[in-house]
Design a protein around this ligand. Structure first.
Ligand SMILES: Nc1nc2c(CCc3ccccc3)c3nc[nH]c3cc2c(=O)[nH]1
Length: 373
């Protein structure tokens, strides 16, 4: 029998948890940052580099992969791990969020969502059952339920309708997923910025005894204070011994404050997207390499970093690459940024282990908030 999916909390510091998820394809040290690999690639990175910066798991995307190259084709080619040469755990989103944010002519009913591809306009239908089927064809290790994420601000009755639909879809996804010991299907808490709806959603999902829980419906433009308040309300209602994944978050400051409220897993396009736009994250703040003031600067981004991209190239060279739109510019800055995020998570895990998380929090990201240095 395949090794089952297990989560252990190894240490706590206040509400912050240091844990580990153990799966057949490897373990995931939490709190974890999961690089986004939407179309089966972490853009501008070799998978060996992604592993090299310390990532235990990457994200894939049902919506993008079902449109191109197609879920059945990926299955025929051995599944997403084989296709993309990433043998470690993969978490895939269910696709609903991307349908609502990317596709055209979408229609949402009890059955599921019908939409037209943003690539070639072809018509598709995505039901909870089809979403789980596609994630199975991709051989995804952690599969997300199909849900409806309400854009904020929204009318209370609209938030309630979407939250209740998502609960019915969670039941259908749980049934469709069945019993796959080495894999997991996570429920997604909805409920917008309303405390009562968040509590109802978290309670109903907890009663389904799923292997993990995501907090969705956030990182959709709401103020950080609203996001954090929803975590204060939601996390205590979720089971202590199951992983909690905050979808789409976030900046180092968001991550610190969310770990402090009991979140274990994060994903965000920022480090990779910023890298492709010439922005470098360093311990002493952000550096916009497009800025002409770097043109003659011989210093590396961070000589103390163990990432070759941060230590081995001058800012002048990086500025030149970015200004010339050379592919190497995006590659080196993405490498630097993912390394920065993984170092941040490593420092957070260490701080929780030594009981110094709440004190060290500010110190860990002291440079983050500073602007261009
Ligand atoms: N299913 C779902 N996804 C969300 C994402 C995408 C995360 C994702 C997972 C896997 C690959 C890419 C992106 C969100 N991103 C920001 N806020 C988000 C909210 C939700 C949400 O409520 N539900």
């Amino acid at each position: 029998m395949a090794k089952p999916f297990t989560f252990k909390v190894l240490a706590t510091d206040g509400k912050a948890r240091r844990g580990v998820i153990d799966m057949p394809r490897g373990e995931i040290r939490t709190p974890a940052f999961m690089p986004v690999g939407t179309g089966g690639t972490v853009k501008a990175m070799y998978m060996d580099q992604v592993r090299g910066v310390g990532a235990d798991i990457i994200l894939g995307n049902t919506y993008h992969l079902m449109l191109r190259p197609g879920a059945e084709r990926v299955a025929r080619l051995g599944g997403l791990h084989e296709f993309a040469r990433w043998p470690h755990p993969i978490l895939t989103d269910s696709g609903g969020f991307q349908v609502m944010s990317l596709s055209k002519l979408r229609k949402l009913t009890e059955k599921g969502v019908t939409f037209r591809s943003h690539i070639d306009g072809a018509a598709y239908e995505m039901s909870p059952e089809r979403s789980i089927e596609i994630q199975g064809l991709l051989d995804s290790d952690i599969q997300m339920q199909l849900d409806e994420c309400t854009a904020l601000p929204a009318e209370l009755k609209e938030i309630e309708r979407a939250m209740e639909l998502s609960l019915r879809w969670a039941e259908r996804c749980k049934t469709a997923f069945g019993d796959q010991p080495g894999k997991a299907m996570f429920g997604i808490v909805q409920g917008g910025d309303n405390a009562a709806l968040r509590i109802r959603s978290a309670q109903a999902l907890s009663a389904m005894e799923l292997k993990g829980y995501a907090v969705g419906g956030l990182a959709v433009g709401e103020p950080q204070a609203v996001m954090l308040e929803m975590l204060d309300i939601t996390c205590p209602v979720l089971p202590h011994n199951k992983p909690r994944y905050l979808m789409g978050v976030g900046t180092p400051d968001d991550i610190l404050k969310s770990v402090a409220r009991g979140i274990d897993m994060f994903d965000c396009v920022m480090p990779t997207r910023a890298g492709r736009h010439g922005l470098a994250y360093t311990r002493r703040g952000k550096v916009n390499l497009r800025n002409a003031r770097h043109a003659d600067d011989p210093r590396p981004l961070d000589e103390e970093s163990d990432c070759p991209a941060a230590r081995g190239y001058s800012r002048a060279y990086l500025h030149h690459l970015v200004r010339s739109q050379e592919a190497l510019g995006a590659m080196l800055l993405t490498w630097n940024n993912l390394s920065y995020y993984q170092k941040l998570m490593q420092d957070i895990r260490a701080a929780i282990e030594t009981g110094s998380f709440d004190v060290r929090g500010a110190e860990i990201t002291e440079g983050w908030a500073r602007g261009d240095i």
